[in-house]
Design a protein around this ligand. Structure first.
Ligand SMILES: Nc1ncnc2c1ncn2[C@@H]1O[C@H](COP(=O)(O)OP(=O)(O)OP(=O)(O)O)[C@@H](O)[C@H]1O
Ligand code: SF4
Ligand SMILES: [Mg+2]
Length: 328
């Protein structure tokens, strides 16, 4: 991982709401190397989307605020860039695939126009060249009759087709980093598999991807490394195979136990860990997982475990691993 593309250091993000302050991400540090595919997993509310969307600065501020941290992308801290510079980065160097195509596609414009806008915002091409490029990407994501579809409005396309258009738009400028936030959750299972095949095919060898998914089958199939988040914090990270074969944190063990057949086909959603995700207004002291952890002991409710290195690039924060580690 010497050639770092993204290097997040101690990122801490809160939301200021009428009911109080929510800590969405706490002291998160991780990096993504060029060409790597890295999964971000954890239950609903763990802070996955806020972490990932902080990179292209797509978390709305307010209500969000960055309390601490740095997000180095190609060596520059994105948190210190001005709006104009960020616009250049988004859609060009960083492409974002959302769960819901409605987030990225405007209902008011034909898809051809939207795709050409995405191209022309970042490149000096004439209209004809941009149109040809847009059409070629529609055919790459297997949209039939691309020239004709360029005239369609999003509502005239099925959900699966809209998702494919959005993927084409996110990738059309060949970004170095792709952020995909549950890109297939809204689709049926067959379509999900097709979309992942398309993303895998489209993602150039040199571009990296940060993928949020609840589907551990997909993580196993396509991700080089996996990051596990619980209650706004990273609890384990490591190479996918290592983490799947040798999970070190009891929370990761719980997540993995919810997979019926490891590496074969698609798995069900992650829901087999007993108890409730803690309220973000009232996060537990000590290890945030202690009230659900089958292996918790006295110390866990009082002190916060630091990270312990287990093997190369594999680390987790749990007292069972010893107490050498310190955060992050
Ligand atoms: N706009 C917002 N206003 C207030 N709180 C928010 C907002 N967006 C997210 N949060 C809170 O931030 C925390 C992290 O949310 P986030 O969306 O990152 O979770 P997630 O891991 O992506 O969950 P999911 O799997 O459901 O998408 C949650 O407690 C959530 O309620
Ligand atoms: S530190 Fe304690 S509560 Fe937390 S995961 Fe480890 S054993 Fe469980
Ligand atoms: Mg999310």
């Amino acid at each position: 991982m010497s050639d770092l593309l993204l290097d997040i250091k101690n990122l801490t993000v809160s939301f200021v709401t009428d009911d109080g302050v929510i800590q969405a991400v706490n002291d998160l540090s991780f990096s993504v190397g060029r060409g790597e595919t890295v999964a971000l997993v954890g239950e609903s509310g763990a802070g996955k989307s806020v972490s990932a969307m902080s990179v292209p600065r797509l978390v709305p501020m307010p209500p969000a605020r960055i309390d601490k941290g740095q997000i180095f992308f190609k060596g520059k801290d994105l948190l210190t860039q001005d709006v104009k510079d960020m616009r250049k980065v988004r859609g060009r160097e960083i492409g974002v695939i959302f769960q819901d195509p409605g987030t990225a596609l405007s209902p008011l414009h034909r898809i051809g126009w939207q795709m050409m806008e995405a191209i022309l915002a970042h490149r000096t091409l004439n209209d004809d060249e941009a149109r040809k490029l847009a059409e070629s990407w529609l055919s790459r994501v297997k949209i039939p009759d691309p020239a004709q579809r360029m005239n369609a409005y999003p509502f005239q396309l099925s959900g699966g087709m809209q998702q494919r258009v959005m993927i084409a738009m996110a990738l059309i400028n060949e970004p170095e980093l792709i952020i995909a936030d549950e890109p297939t959750t809204a689709l049926d299972v067959t379509l999900q598999a097709q979309i992942f095949d398309i993303i895998r095919e489209m993602k150039g060898k040199d571009s990296a991807m940060l993928l949020i998914t609840h589907d551990m089958g997909v993580v196993y199939d396509i991700c080089d490394r996996v990051l596990v988040m619980y209650a706004a914090e990273l609890v384990e990270e490591g190479p996918t195979e290592t983490v799947f074969e040798n999970p070190a944190h009891p929370y990761t063990m719980g997540l993995l136990q919810s997979i019926p057949t490891l590496g074969k086909g698609r798995s069900k959603r992650l829901d087999s860990i007993k108890g409730q995700v803690p309220s973000p207004f009232n996060l537990p002291h000590g290890c945030r997982f202690h009230d659900r952890c089958p292996r918790a002991f006295d110390r866990c409710a009082k002190e916060k475990p630091g990270f312990v290195d287990i093997s190369e690039n594999h680390r987790a924060a749990c007292f069972l691993l010893g107490d050498r580690g310190t955060r992050p």
